[in-house]
Design a protein around this ligand. Sequence first.
Ligand code: TRP
Length: 329
Amino acid sequence: MKKTVLSGIRPTGDLHLGNYFGALKNFVRMQDDYDCYFFIADYHSLTTHPTPDHLRFNTRRVLANYLAAGLDPKKCTLYIQSDVPQVTELYLFLNMNAYLGELERVTSFKDKVRLQPQNINAGLLTYPTLMAADILLHNADFVPVGKDQEQHLEMARTYAKRFNTLYKTTFFKEPQAFNFGENLVKIPGLDGNGKMGKSEGVSNAIFLGEASDSIRKKVMRAVTDSGPTSPNQEQPEVIKNLFQLLSVVSTPDTVAHFNEAYNNCTIRYGDLKKQLAEDMIAFTEPFRQRISDLLADEHALDTVAAEGAEKARASAQKTIDAVRSLIGF
Ligand code: TRP
């Protein structure tokens, strides 16, 4: 039996190179070896945006990006959270055994309390319960998580154990973090500090479906320093970041060429950026094409979502039936 892997992403709209090299590329590899569930966590958006703008549009964009990157609905189960309402029932059951104290101690909750003091709602408080329900709904063995989600995964284990203890069962597995190991490639942003991410501002990220001109503009504005002054000097962070970006989209020869230029102090960052922009454009070209084709075909995306929902609901219903009977309904 294949092990089950599950991952959720909030409906963020288009995905960027950081998403691609960080997770998506690995998801594509995993489809053959694991029973994969990939879904778009649209219910979760309501915790921060009770009346979300463009919810459907952003959800479809993530779906199109996933498909364009190579996720194959024949191999994995690709679905939208709100198409599988069974998750809300499991969320309810888990919430009955989720304690206020432990929920209030969650770091992401405390951060949100600071960020949106005008809307500290129960959904926000129980965000980890809904996420646990997502995971336990398919009894996932593994969940690939970044640092920011580790505590949530830990809580999913807590709820699985607690359920098993309370209802004297071994039904739920304790989901483990899936570690990509060397396949995890960190992609820095263009602003010179930290990783590529949308929350750092759109000009910090290059999107898979981004237009060539926009890529050129963003890359040309990337932060640099005033250049090396002595041979073979260590690169400052901002320059390392540019080289890291270059290494994922350019040929080894190109990287070697600019490294040499850096080391003998003849480098012109303008040249490096021009090359980086063109190589990013070439790299994202097939994604851009597929994303726009997919978004143009309403029916194709609807079919993918409907088929994914059907598979996910079948798996979810089995869990709900078992859970209901264990509790005594
Ligand atoms: N909380 C996750 C994030 O913000 C998204 C998510 C929701 C998720 N449900 C999940 C991730 C279940 C993994 C498993 O990134």
